[in-house]
Write a protein that binds this ligand. Structure first.
Ligand code: ZN
Length: 129
């Protein structure tokens, strides 16, 4: 397993981590297999979406904040319930096929680390089998 460090700069943001995952795949030497990208945090997530137009991630975050506003009558005393809910909705992992040593992503796809309670130092675990 490989561990990737991610530093986020805002409370809520989507960071493109595709190049770090590609590096982990080539370092592993795996030619055919599956790459699992896992987020070990309860207020962050992993997703795959368009990395060509930055307005796509801006729209995703805008809509998530509209559906799950930061300040509501949540019970969790830490005050970050919206981040926990967003994390569960998006999910904490992604799997990508590895073929001929390359991640099999669509032309417009990128792998994103989604921060919902930053800024923080975070980790992503990557397993290539
Ligand atoms: Zn919490």
């Amino acid at each position: 397993m490989e561990e990737i460090s991610v530093t986020t700069g805002s409370r809520i943001e989507m960071l493109d981590i595709t190049s770090q995952i590609r590096s982990a795949v080539s370092k592993s030497g795996t030619q055919e297999g599956v790459c699992t990208v896992y987020c070990p945090h309860t207020t962050a997530a992993i997703t795959i979406n368009e990395n060509a137009d930055p307005d796509v991630t801006a729209d995703i975050l805008m809509k998530l904040n509209k559906m799950i506003p930061p300040h509501k009558n949540y019970r969790h005393l830490e005050g970050n319930s919206d981040a926990h809910i967003k994390s569960s909705l998006i999910g904490n992992s992604a799997q990508i096929i590895v073929s001929e040593g390359c991640l099999q992503l669509g032309t417009w796809q990128g792998i994103y680390f989604c921060e919902f309670d930053g800024p923080r130092s975070r980790h992503v675990w990557v397993s290539i089998k």
